[in-house]
Design a protein around this ligand. Structure first.
Ligand SMILES: *[C@@H]1O[C@H](CO)[C@@H](O)[C@H](O)[C@H]1NC(C)=O
Ligand SMILES: *[C@@H]1O[C@H](CO)[C@@H](O)[C@H](O)[C@H]1NC(C)=O
Length: 487
């Protein structure tokens, strides 16, 4: 079983500093001093996942907003929430913390020994690390399972299948239908979209000086979306400057940028380079509804038109009707190239894509209201980060249910117990990976993408069934998963 690198790796480590909140997606190589002003939003790098992992970014936890209500119970009386994966515990220091949420308090811990306690009411899983052969067994009927998965579906295809999804009672995923949706996780604010673009005359000057109309900056090449198969074909019909590891045909203009350790994240020099391009290829590493990353939002921020492929319903999130070119609107890479060439030579048509930069240009009311409504923030002093927010979401539901149950016991007629809650397929469920270009039948049996990603997706379904069987048979040793395969 391989472990998949996390493309962004931004949950690698947690650090708490009192009274400071932010989610810093910047790698540690970008110096950040405690006590200095919080930096601007810094999404992760377009460069390699491996580089990112060498320089783990940090998340700084800030406690929930104090509420006027404080749960009078002692810590020993509170429900316990257990984070199951060693690397993921959004509190620091220590391994147990009291959280005071709007409906009551809970203790969150990473001490696995509480797994079978009656007081342990929920187990929280970090999706990328969720392994069928490591789940806490036996599953106790009173324990809810909660899934937190903000990362790419390709990090763990186990979670794309219904038999596994419906084991969870609470979900926080990139999907809008999840209980605690993270779809806009890479968009810090609407203001982020309002940064002025590089003037079109300047972009045209750069074009005359030899820049391609399109830029590609990607160093994670063998991915589930098989994007390079498409880009390679596209490059036959329109010039593309590719600076990353994937399909590289151009060197960075400076040595500093060529060193991938510095040319990452929101490095200003790198951003300036990208902002001067008319178009940026923005291909997610896997396709699933609402899985949208900085690949979409960064070009919008920079005022360079994203040529996007990823979430099939990205339209519902774009700042205005015309603000991105959608790859799937075109029958072939050649047709897409012709359209981009037309925009490249027609300033009037090109500028239409940037009307969202004008003062009242963000016309998508759904986007506006979702940003306002979300209960977590990115670098936001008013709102908790999404992991602590999700903990409170779970804690509140558990405390409310216990409250309703007590009332039910005293007067069942007037207080029905709350219905069981279970995750549905649309809380994450993602489709089978498809080739970046052409039909599956045209892809040879020994094609590396096919061998790797298609197999991975379907083997995950086998594991999903085996996991369900283990639960059904009251198995207490998850490492016996393999003997349940094919049952
Ligand atoms: C959680 O989900 C499981 C599996 O669907 C279900 O048996 C259990 O009753 C649910 N628990 C709660 C608290 O809803
Ligand atoms: C599993 O345990 C439950 C409750 O303890 C019991 O009702 C059920 O029969 C057991 N199933 C098997 C297959 O042993």
């Amino acid at each position: 079983m391989k472990t998949r690198p996390s493309e962004h790796g931004h949950l690698a480590m947690f650090i708490t500093l009192p009274a400071i909140t932010m989610i810093l997606d910047a790698p540690l190589t970008i110096a950040w001093q405690p006590g200095s002003a919080p930096s601007a939003f810094e999404p992760a790098s377009p460069l390699t996942a491996l580089d990112m992992r060498q320089a783990p970014p940090i998340i700084i936890h800030r406690p929930m907003q104090p509420t006027s209500f404080r749960d009078p119970r002692q810590n020993a009386q509170l429900p316990l929430l257990l984070w199951w994966h060693d690397g993921i515990f959004p509190h620091f220091p220590g391994s147990t913390e009291r959280i005071d949420c709007p409906q009551g308090a809970c203790l969150v811990t990473k001490k696995k020994k509480v797994h079978l306690f009656k007081r342990t009411k929920a187990i929280l899983f970090y999706g990328t690390d969720f392994r069928a052969y490591e789940v806490p067994l036996p599953r106790l009927p009173h324990q809810a399972w909660a899934l937190f998965h903000e990362e790419s579906p390709m990090n763990n295809y186990l979670l794309s299948h219904l038999p596994v999804l419906r084991l969870f009672n609470y979900t926080a995923t990139f999907r809008q239908e999840s209980d605690y949706p993270l779809a806009t996780q890479w968009l810090p604010s609407l203001d982020y979209l309002r940064r002025p673009p590089v003037p079109l005359e300047q972009k045209n000057t750069l074009r005359v000086a030899g820049r391609a109309p399109v830029v590609y900056l990607q160093s994670h090449c063998d991915v589930a979306s098989d994007r390079d198969r498409y880009v390679r074909e596209l490059m036959k019909y329109i010039p593309v400057d590719s600076y990353g590891e994937c399909l590289r045909n151009r060197a960075f203009p400076s040595e500093r940028l060529a060193d991938t350790q510095t040319a990452i994240g929101e490095d200003p020099e790198c951003l300036d380079l990208l902002a001067g391009y008319k178009f940026q290829l923005a291909f997610e590493n896997a396709h699933c509804n609402d899985y949208m990353t900085e690949k979409l939002w960064r070009p919008l921020h920079l005022g360079s038109i994203p040529v996007y492929r990823g979430s099939a319903r990205v339209c519902t999130w774009l700042p205005a009707d015309t603000s991105a070119v959608l790859v799937d609107d075109f029958p072939t890479p050649q047709a897409l190239a012709q359209y981009l060439i037309m925009l490249d030579t027609n300033d009037h048509e090109y500028e239409k894509f940037l009307t969202f930069k004008s003062p009242h240009g963000i016309t998508n009311q759904f986007l506006v209201s979702e940003i306002k409504r979300r209960k977590w923030g990115v670098n936001d002093f008013e709102k908790p980060n999404y992991m602590n927010g999700f903990e409170c979401f779970v804690c509140d539901d558990i405390n409310s249910r216990a409250q309703v149950l007590r009332l039910h016991q005293t007067s069942p007629q007037t207080n029905p117990i709350l219905p069981v809650r279970t995750a549905a397929y649309n809380h994450m469920g993602c489709p089978e990976p498809t080739p970046g270009l052409g039909e599956l039948q045209e892809i040879p049996e020994n094609d590396p993408w096919r061998l790797h990603w298609l197999n991975d997706y379907w083997q995950s379904l086998d594991q999903a069934h085996a996991l369900v069987a283990m639960l059904l048979y009251n198995e207490s040793d998850p490492s016996r998963l393999w003997s349940y395969m094919g049952t």
